[in-house]
Design a protein around this ligand. Structure first.
Ligand SMILES: [Zn+2]
Length: 54
């Protein structure tokens, strides 16, 4: 039963190399703005900030 909630699929892109490394879901209610997470980028070989992108 798929419900129309506030859950949206978002893509997280490395701010250094712009590669889209991760996909996740976010709750629009909890995160109305673009989210930022520190994650490992296999292209930069280090942890970088990953920002939500469209
Ligand atoms: Zn990167």
């Amino acid at each position: 039963m798929a419900s129309k909630g506030n859950r949206n699929a978002v893509t997280l892109a490395c701010v250094d190399c712009k590669q889209r490394n991760y996909q996740t879901n976010k709750n629009k209610k909890n995160d109305p703005d673009r989210i930022e997470l520190s994650k490992y980028c296999k292209f930069c070989h280090k942890h970088t900030t990953h920002k939500e992108t469209k």
